[in-house]
Design a protein around this ligand. Structure first.
Ligand code: AMP
Length: 397
C-alpha cells in the first residue's frame, strides 16, 4: 500500500510517499511560501532534489503540484494517482476528543474544527490541507493522526493545572502534550530494541529538537509529559521559554510596555536557547559558540541540559522507577556531549554511560549505557512520517 503523509502548516506543506510494505520512502519534499509566491521541493528516492518556483496561491494548488510531481513521466514515483491508496494527515490538536488516530469523516472534521481554539496557528492549517486533499482525491481514504492523542492516557493528577476548575470545565484548559506520534513511536521501539515487555515497562523519552518535550511512558501508555495546553510549556527550546514564573509576564509587559500578544511573542519566538545565547536557536551554532568560549552559549547549553535532567528526574518519581531512557530528535540523536551531561545527574540511579559509544552515536539506534547499567540509556531516531504511515494503514486496511 502507498501512503501519502501530509503535514500542512499555514504557509508550508511537507509530504512523503511511503510504501507501507517495505516502509521505504518513494518520494518526499515540501511546498513553501504558499499564498506568498511558492516553491516546490521534490525528491524521488535515489535522485537529486528538484526545486521549482511555482505560483501557489492556495494549499489546493500546492497539493496539485505535489500530485503532478508524483506522477511526472520522467521523475514521478508512481504512474497514476490511483496508486496512492491512502493519505495520512498530521493534526496538531485533538483536544479531549481524540485519543487515537481516526478516519477523516465529515463528523471528525467538524470535531477537529471545534479544537481550533486550542491551536489557532496549527489546526486551521491542518484542516485546509485535509480539505484540499479531499477535493483532489475524493475517493482516497484519509486518516488524521493527532500530536496530542498519545498523551490522552495521562491521569487527571498529571493533566489538571492548579487553576480554578471552571476553566477546565468551560474551556478545557488542561495539559494535553504534543509530539505524541514521536513519543509513541520511540517508546515502542525502545522496548523492542532493548527486549523489554512494553506492557511491563517504565520508559522516559526525551524528544530534543527545536521543539522539545519529555514523556513518561508506563506500560506503553503516556502518564505525563512536559508540554501543556500549548507547546510552550516545559523544556527550554530553540526559541520558546518553556516553564517560567507566570508573574514574569506581567513584569515584562509593564517594563517593556508590551501587550499580552507582545509578551507571548517574546516567550514563543525570542526566548529559549536563542534568547539566552543571543546568538542562534540552532544547537550547532550554540555548541560551536561554547567551544570557542562564548559564555552565553555555554549558559544556554547548561540551562537546556539541567532542565531536561530535572524533567527526567521528576518522571522517575512519577513512575516510581525507570527501566530505560531514550533520546531522540535533532539534538537528542546527534549531540553525545549533551546526553552525557544530562545523564551525569543520574549516578544515583545506577546509570553507567558507555562514553565511547555515546560520543560516537549520531542519528542511529544505539545502547549508549553499559550493558550492566541499572537503567538502560539509548538513542532511538524518531520517524514521525513512518509512524503516521503505520497508523494510516492500520485504519484503512
Ligand atoms: P529537529 O527539530 O528534531 O529537526 O531538531 C533541530 C535541532 O537539532 C536544531 O537545534 C539543530 O541544530 C539540532 N541538530 C540537528 N543535527 C545536529 C547535529 N548533527 N549536531 C548538533 N545539533 C544538531
Amino acid at each position: 500500500m502507498n501512503v501519502l503523509v501530509v503535514n500542512c502548516g499555514s504557509s508550508s506543506l511537507k509530504y512523503q510517499l511511503i510504501n507501507s510494505e517495505t516502509e521505504k520512502v518513494l518520494a518526499k519534499g515540501l511546498c513553501e511560501r504558499i499564498g506568498i509566491d511558492g516553491r516546490l521541493v521534490y525528491q524521488k528516492s535515489g535522485l537529486d532534489k528538484e526545486i521549482s518556483e511555482l505560483d501557489m496561491p492556495t494549499h489546493k494548488q500546492a497539493i496539485q503540484f505535489v500530485l503532478d510531481a508524483l506522477v511526472n513521466d520522467k521523475t514521478g514515483a508512481i504512474k497514476e494517482l490511483s496508486e496512492i491508496d491512502a493519505v495520512g494527515h498530521r493534526v496538531v490538536h485533538g483536544g479531549e476528543k481524540f485519543s487515537s488516530s481516526t478516519l477523516l469523516t465529515p463528523e471528525v472534521l467538524k470535531a477537529i474544527e471545534e479544537c481550533n481554539d486550542l491551536a489557532p496557528l496549527h489546526n486551521p492549517a491542518n484542516l485546509i490541507g485535509i480539505n484540499a486533499c479531499k477535493e483532489l482525491m475524493p475517493n482516497t481514504p484519509m486518516v488524521g493522526v493527532f500530536d496530542t492523542a498519545f498523551h490522552q492516557t495521562m491521569p487527571e493528577k498529571a493533566y489538571l493545572y492548579g487553576l480554578p476548575y471552571k476553566y477546565y470545565e468551560k474551556y478545557k484548559v488542561r495539559r494535553y502534550g504534543f509530539h505524541g506520534t514521536s513519543h509513541s513511536f520511540v517508546s515502542k521501539r525502545t522496548a523492542e530494541f532493548l527486549g523489554l515487555d512494553i506492557n511491563n515497562s517504565k520508559i522516559i523519552v526525551a524528544h530534543l529538537g527545536n521543539g522539545a518535550s519529555v514523556s513518561a511512558v508506563l506500560n506503553g501508555k503516556s502518564v505525563d509529559t512536559s508540554m501543556g495546553l500549548t507547546p510552550l510549556e516545559g523544556l527550554v527550546m530553540g526559541t520558546r521559554s518553556g516553564d517560567i514564573d507566570p508573574a514574569i509576564m506581567e513584569f515584562i509587559a509593564k517594563k517593556e510596555n508590551l501587550s499580552i500578544e507582545g509578551v507571548m511573542n517574546v516567550l514563543n519566538k525570542d526566548s529559549g536557547i536563542h534568547g539566552i545565547s543571543g546568538k542562534s536557536s540552532d544547537f550547532r551554532d550554540i555548541r560551536a559558540g561554547a567551544a570557542e568560549g562564548d559564555k552565553r552559549c555555554q549558559a544556554a547549553m547548561d540551562v537546556f541540559s539541567y532542565k531536561v535532567a530535572k524533567y527526567i528526574g521528576s518522571y522517575v518519581a512519577a513512575m516510581n522507577g525507570v527501566d530505560a531512557i531514550a533520546f531522540t530528535a535533532g539534538i537528542g540523536e546527534n549531540v553525545g556531549k549533551l546526553r552525557k551531561s544530562i545523564m551525569s545527574y543520574f549516578d544515583y540511579l545506577g546509570v553507567k554511560m558507555n562514553d565511547e559509544v555515546n560520543l560516537a552515536t549520531m542519528a542511529e539506534e544505539a545502547l549508549i549505557s553499559t550493558e550492566d547499567s541499572k537503567v538502560k540509556v539509548c538513542v532511538i531516531p524518531t520517524n514521525e512520517e513512518l509512524a503516521i504511515c503505520r497508523e494510516t494503514v492500520a485504519l484503512v486496511k
